[in-house]
Design a binder for this molecule. Sequence first.
Ligand code: SAM
Length: 329
Amino acid sequence: MPSPLIDSFHRSIDYLRLSITDRCNLRCVYCMPKEGMPKFSHEDILSYEEIMRLVRLITGMGVSKVRITGGEPLVRKDVLYLCARISEIQGVNSLSVTTNGLLLTDFAKGLWTAGIRRINVSLDTLSSEKYAAITRKDCFKQVWRGIETALDVGFEPIKLNVVVMKGLNDDEIEELGRLTYLYPFHVRFIEFMPFQEADLPSSFLSSDEILRRLENVAPLEPVRVENGNGPARHYQFPGAIGKIGIISPISHHFCPTCNRLRVTADGKLRTCLFSLEETDLRTLLRREASEAELAATIRRAIDLKPERHTLESDVFRKCIGRPMSAIGG
Ligand code: SAM
């Protein structure tokens, strides 16, 4: 087993969020403008061979958890082939996918067969009308069917990611929380992050307020969850079968325990979501740099991973240089 990968602030870096495409079949208001974003060309994005080489290298350096994301990862051709190959890589102990769920009815079984056991589905509302307003596509029912299919296939827990936006879906916090009485979901409430591309400049609602609203349903008990060393704080309503997660990138940032690296679809390494610093790995991959040169470049980037983000100092004017769809959320 490789020794742990430790950064300059003594954090153990063991998690890679790997974006495999910048394309998405939704246009969520908090992520992209209505007309979408300029797209990478096929040549811009890493090939599956390049991705696998990188994953082998990075897991060899000590990363053990990989999440496949996008854009919408399920729209990339042959995504199941990629999942299956990555799940075979020695050192990948946890392989997961973040999806908007639109294609999940067709893909759930294949993802399971490809070795995926953990999926996160973005779902910000239980209302078809609101879903259409938030994602600019009228397909709530299709997504819900996808989630049910994933449950039938055996994914558990399915994590539902809810971005909370004041005036848009904050009136549903309680109802979304109540889902955990009916389903074994982890419903995770995420503070809205004010990226430049979002069409929602002032929708922020703090996690303290989200918790206060949830307590209208019933008192929340803090709980521990398996694999719960991510940024979420976990709770449960008494008697519920599912759990509640609270993710506060803004009001209670989790930088001191940040264990993440991100690789964008075009092969740029980002060590902090909110930093503009990127390390170009694609150029190295394409000029067939040696494993040692690639590893040294990644190591240097990790050594420069910022101690913390400074987003809250300028909370509604922050630019992260690319939309979330092009970084990988
Ligand atoms: N297409 C996939 C999906 O919808 O889950 C994966 C990519 S999406 C960019 C990943 C996550 O980023 C989603 O859970 C989405 O809600 C979150 N996200 C995007 N923009 C955000 C913002 N401004 N604030 C908070 N979360 C955001």
